[in-house]
Design a protein around this ligand. Structure first.
Ligand code: HEM
Length: 547
């Protein structure tokens, strides 16, 4: 009896496998016909030598030991080796992918054929322990809903509130250690910038800053203040600024590992990761509680309280009106916080590292800032606005050049949800369209795109803001992505970064590099996490300006 049922089970399994093979064959036939109908030709295979690209997979896994630069030595060099900007790869278990840095192809994925793609299910796996189902891990109606909910937060008048940024910039100035010789002492600017953006992002997004910079020592607890502000929760009392800082960093490391480990992503897990996630979730819970408290307060409040004035949009309030589910609310808040904090701080860090490595640009930019925004600090604040920052050309060019060289979200991925076509990259000359099969992953790196010599000139690795003179950016420059899912915080990030640069250069007139990567003859090491940032921070001294 046992033998009969085992034989039956084997037979069923065999039939199932045959059935799946037939389905797969038919689907491939349909795909080939689709490719033929659309005049598509295949792209060249990638540079891997072993089946399923296992050699490249192992190389990525071992990058920590070999010391290779994942972006320069692995990713960009593959395009150089092949002499092509689009190639086809087969990953573990035969998973198909197209790697491309053709502007037309990226435009097709992100805009023209947007409906043919979704965010990789891989992203959900990599981020889900932290973000759950937030704007970064959803597609379709759920994503549209979140985006519509957030959009009013990014309107021009919301971004233009530079007073609140100024308060945090003042806290940054106080945190910079001064010596008695008119210079600062040697210090690492990076952690201070990361704290600055956590403070500004929480104020901008949630109406109340965590003020990590304002405690006497930024590494000690801030719980008293937070406890009072957001209700005496246990979490508020037990966590410190350092915890949050560290939690963000730890999570960044794990997300990077999970990306590198590909289908083995679940191996990059453990107590440290889960603990960091718990810390951040606790952090977001402070704001969830605040949102519920203020919603309750609004219900109790009499309607005349607004005095007929147009009420300011308050994101927390809008979120609470939308959902009463605390977990959903927390997922949304965490997604926004991660988007707002790590990106802008990484961007600011690269700006100052590049200025430090390029004294010529530093001096030119400072001269332009000092003539555009009068030197008197008080007056200069009044002159600073979204519009005046935009009109300071060399400032804008310096920011764009930084984003070109160090694209903060350095690599991205989409998955085809139906058979579709990419306009370029197929055939022997690479000019034919190529067919994309349902479930194929399209991987595009803006880091590599921004360093293509045919698009950016013979010196794509050089920091030269002047290259932006008279240049209009299109699909060859995508630090904020493009199409319907373009970054919501783009203008906010550029305004905040421009503001911080102006205030720093008004206050300090010389920058002297001390740590690794701060001089022009030494390549800075990169750290890849959720964002791309300098691995060694920026160890510098600054001279306090007299003008
Ligand atoms: C230099 C700073 C920033 C860079 C380089 C950047 C880059 C990006 C990129 C590349 C995406 C697209 C991700 C994807 O679809 O795969 C994105 C999306 C997004 N960003 Fe930013 N970002 C920055 C700052 C900010 C800030 C400050 C905020 C909020 C305060 C923000 C909020 C968002 C949101 C909500 C999305 C999701 C849009 C959607 O999926 O519809 N970003 N950002």
């Amino acid at each position: 009896m046992g033998l009969v049922s085992a034989t039956n089970a084997l037979l069923i399994l065999f039939c199932y496998i045959v059935y799946k093979q037939i389905l797969s064959y038919l689907s491939f036939r349909r795909f080939e016909q689709f490719a033929h109908r659309n005049g598509c030709e295949p792209p060249p295979p990638g540079p891997s030598k072993w089946p399923w690209s296992l050699d490249r997979f192992i190389r990525v896994l071992r990058i920590g030991q070999t010391g290779e630069d994942l972006l320069d030595d692995y990713l960009c060099s593959a395009y150089k080796e092949l002499g092509r900007y689009t190639y086809f790869g087969t990953g573990p278990f035969g998973k198909r992918s197209v790697q491309t840095i053709e502007p037309d192809n990226i435009k097709a994925i992100l805009a023209t054929n947007f409906k043919d793609y979704e965010l990789a299910s891989g992203r959900y796996k990599q981020f889900s322990p932290l973000l759950g189902k937030g704007i970064f891990t959803t597609d379709g109606e759920a994503w549209e809903h979140s985006r519509a909910l957030f959009r009013p937060q990014f309107a021009r008048d919301m971004i233009n509130d530079l007073d609140s940024i100024e308060r945090h910039v003042q806290a940054l100035f106080r945190a910079i250690p001064k010596a008695n010789d008119g210079w600062t002492t040697e210090f690492d600017l990076m952690p201070l910038l990361f704290r600055l953006t956590l403070d500004t992002a929480t104020e901008f997004l949630f109406g109340e800053s965590v003020n990590t910079q304002s405690s006497k020592n930024p590494y000690t607890a801030l719980s008293g203040q937070r406890g009072r502000d957001v209700g005496n929760s246990r979490i508020a009392k037990s966590k410190t600024a350092m915890d949050y800082d560290e939690a963000f960093t730890i999570i960044g490391h794990y997300v990077y590992k999970r990306m590198r480990y590909h289908f083995l992503y679940f191996v990059a897990d453990g107590f440290e990761f889960r603990n960091a996630i718990r810390t951040l979730k606790g952090f977001a819970d402070l704001y969830v509680r605040k949102a519920f408290e203020s919603a309750k307060h609004d219900i109790e409040k009499r309607p005349s309280a607004t005095d007929g004035r147009k009420e300011k949009f308050v994101l927390l309030k809008a979120l609470v009106q939308d959902t009463q589910d605390p977990e959903k609310l927390r997922d949304e808040l965490l997604a926004l916080l991660l988007a707002g904090r790590d990106t802008t701080s990484s961007f600011l860090t690269w700006v100052f590292l590049l200025l430090c490595r390029n004294p010529r640009v530093f001096n030119k930019l400072r001269n332009e800032i000092m003539s555009t925004f009068p030197p008197n600090a008080r007056k200069s604040q009044e002159n600073l606005s979204f519009a005046s920052l935009k009109s300071c050309r060399y400032l804008q060019h310096t920011m764009l050049e930084t984003l070109r060289l160090y694209s903060i979200i350095y690599v991205n991925i989409r998955v085809a949800i139906r058979n579709t076509v990419l306009p370029i990259g197929g055939g022997p000359s690479g000019t034919a369209p190529l067919a994309v099969k349902k479930d194929d992953a399209i991987i595009y790196s803006t880091y590599a795109l921004h360093r293509r010599p045919d698009l950016w000139g013979p010196d794509p690795d050089q920091f030269r803001p002047e290259r932006w003179e008279g240049r209009k950016s299109g699909w060859d420059f995508l630090p904020f992505n493009g199409g319907p899912r373009v970054c919501l915080g783009q203008q906010y990030a550029l305004t905040e970064t421009g503001y911080v640069i102006v205030r720093m250069l008004q206050t300090f007139d010389k920058i002297e590099g001390i740590g690794p990567g701060t001089s022009a003859d030494e390549k800075p090491n990169k750290a890849l996490g959720v964002t791309l940032y300098p691995r060694d921070g920026i160890k510098i001294r600054l001279r306090i300006a007299n003008d």
